[in-house]
Design a protein around this ligand. Sequence first.
Ligand code: 5GP
Ligand code: RI2
Length: 313
Amino acid sequence: MEVVENAAKKIEDMEVRGAARIAMFAAETLKKYAEMVDRNFDDEMRKASERLMNTRPTAVSLFNAINYVMSYSGDSEEEKKMSLIRRAEEFIFWVDTAREKIGRIGAKRIMDGSTIMTHCNSSAALSIIKQAFDDGKDVRVIATESRPRHQGHLTARELADHGVEVTLIVDSAVRYFMKEVDIVVVGADTITVNGALINKIGTSQIAITAKEARVPFMVAAETYKFSPKTLLGELVVIEERDPEEVIRGELLNHPKVKVRNPAFDVTPRDYIDLIITEIGAIPPEMAYIVIRDHLGYREFGGEEITLSPDHYD
Ligand code: 5GP
Ligand code: RI2
């Protein structure tokens, strides 16, 4: 289990982060562990998947990845192992190809000469921006620093290294700059059945500001970011992280001061113009259809929800 424990710690500490990356990493880890297990396959894999599942609660991509990989079949342990490995590879392929497709679809919505605002560090959102740039469009990006973990620095570096001009701003400067913005593009940790977006804390403030300024707000989300559990009435758990990520020192221990650090917030669907998925650009109202038809769960109504390889059809 050491390989699983180490991987779980990396996700918890955010050494491996981003909804797509943690999902792919979980699939890679399950595959690696399956290759090592030589007895009690079902039990061992169940323990491994539970450990990985209990790392970060908000991004449904992690749940969907684990659920997809763990829906293996076979009579003998060897058959089960082969089935699990194949499913892990399928999921990893899904992650890679979806990001690329989202880039190609979303880039069409970026006009030449645009200033794009983005928040945090989303591989899907950046895929759109990079594709627009690669298509020869003159684009500039305003990136928020994304306190407290400053993932905006990663975004600024990644885009600048790609050749895109970037302006880095503090999160509270969003409204100040919104009048210069032509479109907002963000990623997603989870999309709920009623089309709400759960993404990095501060996203909903940007969405409200964009709406006020009549600036389109576009979300880049692979279909495995849609939550089948919300169809069964579950609410998305918003992760609250250590206050030490926000502030260190005396104030943290003051008996009258409480420091809170929610990592995500909810943007209601009325603020979202379009969600770019690998199966097309959809309005948030279509989230239910994506969950019903493209996540292809079989055991509707129970706790068990199985993603289906029909996805590849
Ligand atoms: P707000 O609370 O920001 O006014 O609206 C949140 C929106 O997200 C509502 O439309 C709510 O129905 C929707 N939503 C869907 N799933 C969830 C969830 O798991 N948690 C929360 N807080 N809102 C959700
Ligand atoms: P991709 C990140 O969460 C951000 O909220 C980002 O928008 C989202 O995951 C999606 O990222 P965190 O892991 O899957 O930094 O598009 O807390 O890469």
